[in-house]
Design a protein around this ligand. Structure first.
Ligand code: AMP
Ligand code: ZN
Length: 463
């Protein structure tokens, strides 16, 4: 079987990917810090990793995916301190926003990972890793916490290329007791008013990076296949994860590092802290989840995607064509209505091209061009029975991998109601009440029901 080629941030090259254990992929993706609603920038990253997971599964692997939730962090504590009336405790902050995260992920058809570990449930694992680092002299105490000594890890900078470990550049506001500028906190000693946990080296709470090292080891072992996240995490978060894990475990950490480029607005990263975001929940009140996925996967994952409502509407026109073709293949194969053109070979060749595009570092733009070749064949309207069946199977494969096609889930009762509405509308149309009749038609269209008007009457199509 042809291997998937993946860009590895660690080697800065596109490489053949094969899991350590044949057929079993271990993948860790950094999850959100749950202090605000999830936005469509997050959606881009998590939809991409869901798509990568689906593709690896499609290629015959089982994928053990771990996505953590950062549920204790400076930003969560700030949110608590700023909005005390709304959030009486940090547990309420994390509960409210992890619920938002779970619900939006489910609506976006992101397959649930093996588990969503939270740092506050893994304090013993964190403490034990910090202790190992202290015992091995990779870490030291400096005033307000325990710090990792980057000069003890000679490979520091191997992921990001940023390895300036001199002390000269230390910023004024930083802890002056640190041995080098890039030394980072593994553990922050307890400050009044902040949550804390007891540890042999002093009560406090974890620094940001250590949780991922500890939880990745817990679920995937010291060495595993893929570590992912958005491009902003390469430095310092992932660089620091490597330093901690490889020092504590004495073994290589992730084999492949995969990073998604940003979703931007006016060329600026969409982010919670800048406030320039569109929440997923808001987006889903206006657009179906499959269209959101279609749009967010339309650019290659390593290319920034600049969001605008106009571009989303433009993507909708393409997506509508795809959905219409998909429904048409279902309808025609079920009703056994077909034409005469034989396109089996062309569709089979599109299937091969689709796989080639995806094997090539998940090239979704190329894959979309191939998918629309098949859409075009169906739109011609004259495919014979076996070609329709082949096209339907092709779209089913597309949906397995991308999850961009809405389910054809009309129940008999819904169909009956839609037919009744269409008939009622026909009365208005014949009575020249065009405003009302157009409005009903628009409502039906939004639900996937097309009405083809002619002199003889109006024909209903469930697309
Ligand atoms: P955060 O909650 O900010 O820690 O982000 C959680 C994940 O979403 C990380 O992997 C981020 O890199 C990713 N992420 C956040 N904002 C964006 C964005 N605008 N575009 C793509 N990924 C993002
Ligand atoms: Zn992480």
């Amino acid at each position: 079987m042809i291997k998937v080629k993946l860009y590895n941030t660690l080697t800065k090259a596109v490489e053949d990917f094969a899991p350590m254990k044949a057929g079993q992929v271990g993948m860790y993706v950094c999850g959100p810090t749950v202090y605000d609603k999830s936005h469509i920038g997050h959606a881009r990253t998590y939809i991409f990793f869901d798509f990568l997971r689906r593709y690896l599964e499609f290629k015959g692997n089982s994928v053990k995916l771990i996505i953590n939730l950062t549920d204790i962090d400076d930003r969560i504590i700030n949110r608590l301190q700023k909005n005390e009336a709304e959030f009486p405790t940090w547990q309420v902050v994390k509960d409210v926003f992890s619920r938002d995260y779970f619900s939006t992920m489910a609506q976006l058809r992101i397959k649930p990972p093996f588990t969503f570990p939270q740092v506050t449930d893994h304090m013993q694992e964190v403490i034990s890793m910090v202790q190992t680092l202290i015992d091995g002299k990779f870490a030291y105490e400096a005033g307000d916490g325990i710090y990792f000594d980057v000069n003890k890890f000679s490979d520091y900078g191997k992921l990001s290329g940023r390895a300036d470990t001199s002390h000269a550049q230390a910023r004024v506001d930083e802890n002056e007791n640190k041995r080098s500028q890039q030394d980072f906190a593994l553990w922050k000693f307890h400050k009044p008013g902040e949550p804390f946990w007891h540890a042999p080296f002093g009560a406090g709470r974890p620094g940001w990076h250590i949780e991922c090292s500890a939880m990745a080891r817990t679920y995937l072992g010291p060495t595993f296949d893929i570590h992912g996240g958005g491009a902003d995490l390469v430095f310092p978060h992932h660089e620091n994860e490597i330093a901690q894990s490889e020092s504590a475990n004495g073994a290589p950490f992730a084999r492949f590092w995969v990073h998604t480029a940003f979703l931007t607005i006016d060329q600026t990263k969409m982010s919670k802290s800048l406030g320039n975001f569109v929440t997923i929940q808001d987006m889903l009140t206006k657009y179906p989840p499959e269209l959101v996925r279609y749009y967010l996967l339309s650019a290659h994952y390593r290319t920034p995607l600049d969001f605008s409502w106009e571009k989303l509407d433009a993507a909708r026109l393409q997506w509508d064509k795809l959905v219409r073709a998909w429904y048409e293949t279902i309808q025609k194969t079920e009703s056994k209505v077909h034409g005469r053109t034989d396109s089996v070979e062309a569709i089979e060749s599109a299937r091969k091209d689709l796989m080639t595009a995806l094997d090539n570092d998940l090239s979704t733009p190329e894959a979309y061009a191939v998918i629309h070749r098949v859409v075009g064949m169906v739109a011609q309207g004259d495919l014979n029975a076996v070609s329709l069946k082949t096209a339907r199977q092709f779209f089913e494969t597309v949906d397995d991998i991308f999850a961009i096609l809405p389910p054809p889930n009309w129940t008999k009762r819904e169909e009956k109601l839609a037919r009744m509405l269409a008939e009622l509308r026909e009365y208005f149309r014949r009575g020249k009440e065009f405003n009302i009749s157009d409005e009903v038609r628009e409502h039906l269209r939004k639900e996937g029901v097309e009405l083809d008007d002619s002199k003889e009457g109006s024909k209903i199509r469930f697309v």
